[in-house]
Design a protein around this ligand. Structure first.
Ligand SMILES: *Cc1c(COP(=O)(O)O)cnc(C)c1O
Length: 350
């Protein structure tokens, strides 16, 4: 039977005999080889997608949340709180429901994709919308956790990063080695920090001989790490990475510099091109932020910066159904056809 992530990697995580494991059987997502025609194929570069949309709440956030909520339960906390661009809220709400705890989520009003708000509400979270951006929400929820008896479960909670590092363990198990490159979107930068921690632990204990070069991609309108200064009014259709003041900035910089990697920006147009390609060309429906990873790798391929024969892993961070608004804007539902065979055949393009 499938095991909770915290059981499977118990010896590599801060899980003790007294830790109640709060799990929805997260992790163990498929590492799908991209199959469609691409520049990668021409150079015999193999690209694999770690499809994190198949986690219980539809994003990689569940890896960190199982750890953070289990520790909150161990410490007898009655409530967890998070600021969120959406997926952290949905995950916190689900794991809190599982643990019989309260969840409080602070969201930037008007900037969270519809599917994520619905999830959080249905799981029973108390939602507070603030007129501000994600960075304001994070500041407020941090203060809330200092003044009131609630456990903060944003990725500034170190247990979140611990749980998220397991993605690297799974990739190495599947490939039998570390990839040459690992690309992912960067928002608050907890995940790139966690990936690098995971690979570095395997390298330190001799499980792997190599670590990948980490390629982090921010949206051009929300690229503080690329620019080297906070962005006051971040803008992008990729709402999950619409963050101007990443909490794990330092961790992201370390991952980039120690791995010989890069953190770069991709435009919303490039993100949408990759979004459509993944859905239509590969059968992988992801939310826009996730597609930033492929958009960035395409840039690297075009520039000839990825060596022949390399293995590249993309983290596809969240499921496309999370953000139905983008899908509806991007594709047009045709007018209804008359209910007769000729009209239906014509409308079907036959
Ligand atoms: C949270 C999230 C990100 C960004 O991850 P960070 O750890 O904040 O850098 C990217 N994509 C999706 C779908 C997310 O939910």
């Amino acid at each position: 039977m499938r095991q909770p992530l915290l059981e499977r990697y118990r010896d590599r995580l801060p899980v003790g005999a007294e830790t109640p494991v709060i799990s929805l059987l997260e992790g163990f997502t498929p590492l799908v080889p991209l199959a469609g025609p691409s520049e990668a194929r021409d150079r015999s570069v193999r690209i694999f997608a770690k499809y994190e949309g198949l986690n219980p709440t539809g994003s990689f956030k569940d890896r960190g949340m199982t750890m953070a909520v289990s520790k909150a339960a161990e410490h007898r906390s009655e409530a967890v709180a998070a600021a969120s661009t959406g997926n952290t809220a949905a995950s916190a709400a689900a794991y809190a429901a599982r643990a019989g705890m309260k969840a409080i989520v602070v969201l930037p009003a008007g900037y969270v994709a519809a599917g994520k708000v619905a999830q959080s509400l249905v799981h029973g979270a108390r939602i507070v919308q603030v007129n501000g951006n994600f960075d304001d929400a994070l500041r407020l929820v941090r203060e809330l956790s200092e003044r009131y008896p609630v456990t903060l479960v944003n990725s500034v909670n170190p247990f979140r990063i611990q749980g998220q590092k397991t993605l690297a363990f799974e990739v190495v198990e599947e490939l039998g080695r570390a990839p040459d490159y690992h690309a992912l979107p960067v928002g608050n930068a907890g995940n790139i920090t966690a990936h690098w921690m995971g690979y570095s632990e395997l390298y330190a204990d001799g499980t792997t001989d190599e670590r990948p070069r980490m390629l982090g991609f921010q949206a051009a309108g929300a690229a503080p790490i690329v620019r080297g200064v906070p962005v006051e009014d971040p803008q992008t259709i990729a709402t999950a990475i619409r963050i101007g003041r990443p909490a794990s900035w330092e961790g992201a910089r370390n991952a980039r510099d120690e791995s010989g990697g890069a953190i770069e920006a991709v435009t919303d147009e490039e993100i949408l091109r990759a979004y459509h390609y993944l859905a239509h060309g590969e059968g992988l429906f992801v939310e826009p932020a996730s597609a930033a990873s492929l958009a960035g790798v395409w840039r690297w391929l075009r520039a000839g910066k990825i060596a022949e024969g390399s293995t590249v892993v993309l983290t596809l961070t969240g499921h496309g159904l999370k953000d139905p608004g983008t899908a509806e804007r991007e594709v047009r539902l045709p007018e209804p056809a008359a209910p007769d065979i000729d009209a239906v055949a014509a409308a079907a393009g036959l």
